[in-house]
Design a protein around this ligand. Structure first.
Ligand code: NDP
Length: 480
C-alpha cells in the first residue's frame, strides 16, 4: 500500500517514529494509503530545515522567488489531471468539482501571490517636510500553516503561497484526513527545484503534530483554517507566545431571499450555496431565510431543484454530490439531522444516508437535506453542521431578517437576493459577517479581504492583506 511521506529539507522522509495510520477513500470506505503518524520530533526537523533555508530565501530578490514559485505552478498545471483524481479520491468530492474549482484555484493561489509580491509596496508619511517616515516590511521567519480537509490543496496553497512569496519559509500541516495532494505537491516542488527547506510538509494528527507546530518556539507566525474550537485552542496556546495569528474558522451563513428577488436565479444559487462540495465549504449558506410572500413558491422550487441533484460516484460527470469526507463526519451529520428532528424540525428532503451499489456500497453518502420548522435559537440553527443540510424559514420584514442573520455566534459570510439596490446595500451593511454576496454566492476575487467576524475568525487574508500578515512592519523616521 502506498505510503505518504513527509517533505522535510527538500526530501521525502518517513516519520521518525516509523508509524503510519490508515487513509480512507470516502467513496468506497476502503483504506488505500498510509499517512505518517508524525510527532514533535518531525516538526523539530522541519522547523530546523526551514530556519536554515530562511536567510537565503528571505534575502533572494523577489523576482527570483516569484520565478521559483511559478516553476512549481508550471509542474502543478502539467499534473492537474493526476491532482484532480487524487483530490477526489482522498476527499470524496466529485472529480468535475476538483477539476473546475480545487486544482485550478491551487494554481491560481500560487500564481496570484507570487506575482502580487512584485507589486507589494510600503507606505511613507511625510511630516510637512520636517521628517519622513517610511515603513519597512520584512519576512518574519518560519510560518506555520495549518489547513483543513474540505478544500485540501486549495486551502493549503492559500496559506503557503503568500507566506513563501513574502519571503518566509514554511512548515505546513495538512489535514490528516486528506493528505494526498499535499504529498503530491511535495513531489512537484522537488521536480520544480524549489530550494530545500523553503517549504516543509509534515503529516499527522492535529492534536499531535499540529499542536507541536503551534507550540514550537521558532514558528513566530501561524495561519490556521479550520474549526472554531481548534482555533480557540490555537489562540490560547500561541497567544501567550505572542505569535502573529490568522484564524479562518467556521460559519453558519445566512442566505436571505427577499420577495422581489429573481426567483429562478435565487433558487438555483441557493441550491449551489447549500450543497456544493456536499455542503462542506465554510461559506455554504446553511440557514435559508425566505420572505413570507414568496415562501411557498420558493420552497416548492427549492425542494424540486435539490431533489434533482444526483448523489453518486465522484468519478461520474453526472454526480452532483459525492461522498462526505469520512465515516466519523457522516455519522456526525446524521446525528445532527436526528437532533434537528428532536428539536421539531420537519425533513422536507433527504435526511438519510444513501447506500450506493457495487464497489461503492460502503461509501459515505448523504442526500441533500432540507429542514423546516426550526426556531432561530435551536442548536441546528446555531451550530455548524458542515454537511449537505440546510434549514429553511420564513421572515416578514427587513429588520427581522437582519436580526435572524446576526443571531449566531458566527459571522463568516452571507448572501442576499433582491432586485432592490438600496435594500441590498442596507442589509449588506447591517449583517455582521466578513463577506456578503448580493445576488450571487462564492464569487471570489483574490484581491479582496477574506475572513470572518465574531467566532468565525480573527484577521483577514487575501490580496495584499496576506502579504501584510506574513511580513513584520517597521517604521523608520528620518529627521530632515
Ligand atoms: P479542524 O479544526 O478539526 O482541523 C483543521 C486543521 O487543524 C487540521 O489540519 C487539523 O488536523 C488541525 N488540528 C486539529 N487539532 C489541532 C491542534 N490541537 N493543534 C493544531 N492543529 C490542529 O477542522 P476540520 O479539518 O474539521 O475542517 C472543518 C472546519 O474548517 C469547519 O469548521 C469549517 O467551517 C472550517 N473552515 C473554515 C474556512 C474559513 O476560511 N473560514 C474554510 C474552510 C473550512 P487533523 O485534521 O489532522 O486533525
Amino acid at each position: 500500500m502506498e505510503k505518504i511521506l513527509n517533505y522535510i529539507n527538500g526530501e521525502l522522509t518517513a516519520p521518525k517514529s516509523g508509524d503510519y495510520f490508515d487513509n480512507y477513500n470516502p467513496s468506497d470506505g476502503q483504506v488505500y494509503s498510509l499517512v505518517p503518524d508524525s510527532d514533535a520530533a518531525d516538526i523539530d526537523l522541519a522547523v530546523k530545515a526551514a530556519q536554515d533555508a530562511f536567510p537565503a530565501w528571505s534575502s533572494m530578490p523577489k523576482e527570483k522567488r516569484c520565478d521559483l514559485i511559478l516553476k512549481v505552478v508550471e509542474k502543478l498545471e502539467a499534473s492537474s489531471e493526476m491532482l484532480v483524481a487524487a483530490e477526489s479520491k482522498d476527499n470524496g468530492k466529485p472529480e468535475w468539482l476538483a477539476r473546475m474549482v480545487d486544482i485550478p484555484r491551487a494554481s491560481a493561489n500560487l500564481k496570484f501571490f507570487a506575482t502580487a509580491s512584485l507589486h507589494f509596496a510600503s507606505e511613507t508619511h511625510d511630516m510637512d517636510g520636517m521628517a519622513l517616515n517610511y515603513t519597512l516590511r520584512k519576512p518574519i521567519g518560519v510560518a506555520g500553516c495549518i489547513s483543513p480537509w474540505n478544500l485540501p490543496l486549495y486551502l493549503l496553497t492559500w496559506k503557503i503561497a503568500p507566506a513563501l512569496a513574502a519571503g518566509n519559509t514554511v512548515v505546513a500541516k495538512p489535514s490528516e484526513i486528506t493528505p494526498m495532494t499535499a504529498f503530491l505537491l511535495s513531489k512537484i516542488c522537488i521536480e520544480a527545484g524549489l530550494p530545500k527547506g523553503v517549504l516543509n510538509i509534515v503529516h499527522g494528527y492535529g492534536n499531535k503534530v499540529g499542536d507541536a507546530l503551534i507550540r514550537h518556539p521558532d514558528t513566530p507566525v501561524i495561519s490556521f483554517t479550520g474549526g472554531t474550537v481548534t482555533g480557540a485552542h490555537i489562540a490560547k496556546t500561541a497567544g501567550p507566545m505572542f505569535k502573529k495569528l490568522s484564524l479562518e474558522l467556521g460559519g453558519k451563513n445566512p442566505n436571505i431571499v427577499f420577495a422581489d428577488a429573481d426567483l429562478d436565479k435565487a433558487v438555483a444559487t441557493s441550491v449551489k450555496a447549500s450543497f456544493t462540495n456536499q455542503g462542506q465549504i465554510c461559506l455554504c449558506g446553511s440557514r435559508l431565510y425566505v420572505q413570507q410572500e414568496i415562501y411557498e413558491a420558493f420552497k416548492t422550487a427549492f425542494i424540486a431543484k435539490s431533489a434533482e441533484l444526483v448523489v453518486g460516484d465522484p468519478k461520474e460527470e453526472g454526480s452532483n454530490l459525492g461522498a462526505v469526507v469520512s465515516k466519523e463526519h457522516m455519522e456526525k451529520i446524521l446525528a445532527k439531522i436526528e437532533e434537528a428532528k428532536a428539536e421539531g424540525g420537519k425533513v422536507l428532503l433527504g435526511g438519510k444516508r444513501i447506500l450506493l451499489e457495487g464497489d461503492l456500497k460502503d461509501g459515505y453518502y448523504i442526500g441533500p437535506t432540507i429542514l423546516e420548522g426550526l426556531k432561530a435559537d435551536c442548536i441546528t440553527n446555531q451550530e455548524e453542521i458542515f454537511g449537505p443540510v440546510v434549514t429553511i424559514s420564513p421572515f416578514e420584514t427587513e429588520e427581522e431578517v437582519i436580526a435572524l442573520a446576526n443571531s449566531t455566534k458566527y459571522g463568516l459570510s452571507a448572501s442576499i437576493f433582491t432586485e432592490n439596490l438600496s435594500k441590498a446595500h442596507r442589509v449588506a451593511a447591517a449583517i455582521d459577517s466578513g463577506i456578503v454576496w448580493i445576488n450571487t454566492w462564492l464569487l471570489r476575487d483574490l484581491r479582496t479581504p477574506f475572513g470572518g467576524m465574531k467566532n468565525s475568525g480573527v484577521g483577514r487574508e487575501g490580496g495584499f492583506k496576506s502579504l501584510q500578515f506574513f511580513t513584520e512592519e517597521k517604521n523608520v523616521c528620518l529627521k530632515i
